[in-house]
Design a protein around this ligand. Structure first.
Ligand code: AMP
Length: 306
C-alpha cells in the first residue's frame, strides 16, 4: 500500500541553542516522506523553485520516493526561518515565505489519484482540500499549524470536514477548539469532522483520541536533542507509514503506529535537517521500538482491601 503526501518542500533557516543552519532542505512533505519511506512506497506532491537542485532531490531519490508529482517552477522555494530556546517544544517562527507555493495549483497524475493512504502535510489548508478532493483514499490524515489556524480559519474548518484523522500538537489542538482542557478540546475537534486525533506533545510523547478510546505513550527519553524541526512530520511519516505497510485499521495497529511515529521522530531530532534519518537502519528502528515498549509496560495488579 502506498502513501501520497502533499506539503511543503522547503529551505529552512534554523537556530537552536546548539547551533545554527541556513537554508537546509526541510518542509513538512520532506520530513514526512523520508520517515514514511522506511515503511512503504511514498509519492510526494509539492512545488519547488529553481533553487532546488540535484543534491536536494537526492534526499528523495536515495529513499526511492516518487518525485514525478513534484512540480518545478521558476522562482524561489518555500522558505521558513525559525528559532528554538531551551524549551525545544516551542518553535518561534521568524519568517515564512510561501514563494512558489503562493501560486501552486496541485494537478495530480492518474497514479497519484489512486493512492490508498493520503497525508495532507502542513501547508495552506486550501491546497490540502484541493488535493483531498482529487484522491479516493481509504485513509486521509492531516496536519496543520498555528500559522494557518490564525490566518485561514475558514479554510481549516473546511479541511476538518473532509479528513478521517488529524495529527497536530497540543497547543494547536487547544487553539482550534478554543478550549484549554485537552480532553474537551479533542471532543470539540471530533465534532468538527475527524474521527480520530493524534496529539503530539514533544518531549512528553503523544496521545490518541477517538470518541470511545484513549491511548498515550511517553516520548523516547533522549539525552541529546539537537534540532526539533520536523519532529511532527517524521512522527506522522512513521505513523502513516506503518498503517499503510500493514493496511490495518484496527485500534491495535493505530497504537503500534503511534510507537513507530515516536521512534522516527526521536531519531530525526538527534541532528539538523534530515541528516539522521538519511543514515537510519532497520536495526536501529526495531531496537528503539522494543525499548519504547518496555519503558511503558506494566503488569496487571489489583490491591486487596487493606
Ligand atoms: P514540524 O514537523 O512541525 O517541526 O515542521 C517543520 C517543517 O514545517 C519545517 O521544515 C518548515 O519548512 C515547515 N513549515 C513551517 N511553517 C510552515 C507553514 N506555515 N506551512 C508549511 N510548512 C511550514
Amino acid at each position: 500500500m502506498s502513501i501520497l503526501v502533499v506539503g511543503s518542500v522547503a529551505f529552512d533557516s534554523v537556530k537552536t541553542p546548539f547551533g545554527e543552519r541556513a537554508r537546509i532542505l526541510g518542509g513538512s512533505a520532506t520530513y514526512f516522506s523520508v520517515a514514511a519511506s522506511f515503511f512503504t512506497d511514498v509519492r510526494v506532491v509539492a512545488v519547488v523553485g529553481d533553487d532546488f537542485g540535484p543534491a536536494d532531490e537526492a534526499v528523495f531519490l536515495e529513499r526511492e520516493i516518487d518525485t514525478s508529482d513534484l512540480e518545478r517552477v521558476a522562482g524561489r522555494s518555500f522558505h521558513w526561518s525559525g528559532e528554538y530556546g531551551y524549551d525545544l517544544n516551542i518553535a518561534h517562527t521568524r519568517d515564512t515565505q510561501l514563494n512558489v507555493f503562493a501560486e501552486f495549483k496541485p494537478k495530480l497524475s492518474p497514479a497519484a489519484k489512486e493512492t490508498p493512504y493520503l497525508f495532507l502535510g502542513n501547508i495552506q489548508p486550501q491546497l490540502q482540500v484541493e488535493v483531498r478532493e482529487q484522491v479516493a483514499a481509504r485513509l486521509v490524515a492531516a496536519d496543520t499549524m498555528n500559522y494557518w489556524i490564525n490566518n485561514t480559519p475558514d479554510d481549516l474548518r473546511h479541511l476538518l470536514g473532509c479528513v478521517d484523522l488529524l495529527i497536530i500538537n497540543d497547543a494547536e489542538a487547544r487553539e482550534i477548539a478554543k478550549e484549554a482542557n485537552l480532553v474537551r478540546a479533542m471532543r470539540r475537534i471530533i465534532a468538527m469532522g475527524p474521527k480520530r486525533i493524534v496529539v503530539k506533545r514533544g518531549e512528553y510523547g503523544a496521545a490518541m483520541f477517538t470518541e470511545h478510546s484513549y491511548f498515550a505513550t511517553p516520548a523516547y527519553p533522549l539525552e541529546d536533542v539537537f534540532d526539533p524541526t520536523g519532529a511532527g512530520d517524521s512522527f506522522a511519516g512513521g505513523f502513516m507509514g506503518y498503517l499503510a505497510a500493514t493496511n490495518a485499521t484496527d485500534e491495535a495497529a493505530f497504537r503500534r503506529g503511534i510507537i513507530y511515529g515516536s521512534v522516527m521522530a526521536s531519531f530525526n531530532v538527534e541532528e539538523f535537517g534530515c541528516e539522521r534519518l538519511r543514515r537510519l537502519t532497520y536495526d536501529e528502528i526495531n531496537a528503539r521500538f522494543r525499548e519504547l515498549r518496555a519503558f511503558s509496560h506494566f503488569e496487571e495488579a489489583e490491591m486487596p482491601p487493606f
